[in-house]
Write a protein that binds this ligand. Sequence first.
Ligand code: NAD
Ligand SMILES: O=C[C@H](O)CS(=O)(=O)O
Length: 488
Amino acid sequence: MDLQHPQLLQSTAYVNGQWTPADNGTTFPVIDPFSGDLITQVADLGAAETSRAVEAAHTAFPEWSKRTAGDRSRVLRRWFDLLHEHQDDLALVMTTEQGKPLAEARGEVAYGASFIEWFAEEGRRAYGDVVPSHRTDTRILTIKQPVGVVAAITPWNFPVAMITRKVAPALAAGCTVVVKPAEDTPLCALALAYLAAEAGLPPGVLNVVTSSRPTEVGRILTSDPRIRKLSFTGSTATGKKLMEQSAGTLKRLSMELGGNAPFIVFNDADLEGAVAGAMVSKYRNGGQTCVCANRIFVQSGIYSDFVAALKTAVENLQVGSGTVAGTDIGPLINRAALEKVERMVADAIDKGAEVACGGRRSAAGELCYAPTLLLHANGEMELAREEIFGPVAPVFRFDTEAEVVAQANDTPYGLAAYFYGRDHARIWRVAEALEYGMVGINTGLISTTVAPFGGVKESGFGREGSKYGLEDYLTVKYLCWGGIGEAL
Ligand SMILES: NC(=O)c1ccc[n+]([C@@H]2O[C@H](COP(=O)([O-])OP(=O)(O)OC[C@H]3O[C@@H](n4cnc5c(N)ncnc54)[C@H](O)[C@@H]3O)[C@@H](O)[C@H]2O)c1
Ligand SMILES: O=C[C@H](O)CS(=O)(=O)O
């Protein structure tokens, strides 16, 4: 990997300000999903090392939490600047370990950095209240205090942004953090830790535990009483397990889980805009995002024109190495992901889907899947019930507003939904009727640090980004000040 700053490529965990190998020296491989080549071996930490990382965060908490919000903000601001200074290197690390095209990787670095900038500012406005008292001899106040030591467990699909979206508000609030990144993509997490240290973050405030044994590490992070909050981004199945494991020590939780996004196109939609929105929502990161359009519902009156235009756009997507300019779709993250996509497409075809294009592996690379458009999709298909997490767009046809809203809501998930239409009354009706945490109206791209990101139902709870994101890392303390007596 040809980095301008090779020291960004670390291969040991980061604990208490030290680059730390596993106690027994074991490592696990990090593989380039496009070439299949070994990038590097990374320290494979277990329970004992994880407990020491928790100890480090616990020890660092008093000093970090007592700093002024302004001091913490200045460190975060330097970290933000360093991410931009090293954007190209960070993007190359990301594309090499995760596979997304470099242009998307650069975009993710900027997106991830935006959470650091945002919460560097938000952290300075953790205001309390002075409350009109219920007694003349008593004064009532509230103050905001950091929740304590935070564990963050993050996925492979956005290996920078999913970490900064948690770590930035946590640090801004005065918390300290232990991060366990996904085993497929630990290198971005280690590069972020390197730059955080360069920014002046004290030892123990941010710790990164790399491991190929998430269950073993998770057991420590969910059971250690010194961890007061767990923030998790990943599949709903894993989120449920972690929630159960956290009950024993009653941890605060944020759960950013799986999705099954409907993308609805009404007859009066702007056709060109709807096609562009479907493309960005479906095929960003090769379809490996939690807010990807997972079911595309098209009203009968616009169906033929929309499908024809969408097919042309899908057929124009370029599949290949993320490091090659012009690539739109990189490899899937691993073989299991490829086999899951293949299984879901085969199931859909068995249940009546017609392949308009794609529907097969791509010759561009071992883990590449051809951008796919499936017609005549129906609710019996597995891809209608579970997130595909691949470059496959199933199209469902509908006739009425009531029918499509019912179909869109017929899922345990509730993360993101999208619809295109121009009738203002219908926009209000549908936006309010969709059971999702986030709704894109005439847009397929909704993710931004200024807005609250999160879901309902089995897509989780808590919000990341926005003015709400800091609250997940704060507690509200009520002060009841008596004995004041009457004015002299
Ligand atoms: N809602 C969101 O903001 C959001 C964002 C990105 C991804 N996701 C979801 O994440 C999923 C894809 O990511 P993934 O495949 O990495 O999910 P995953 O649940 O398999 O893994 C996520 C993280 O959890 C860890 N993990 C897995 N099992 C664990 C266990 N038993 N104990 C402790 N840690 C464990 C993994 O090592 C990884 O770090 C999709 O469902 C996607 O929708 C959601
Ligand atoms: O996978 C979903 C992440 O939240 C990525 S993004 O925030 O939608 O870019």
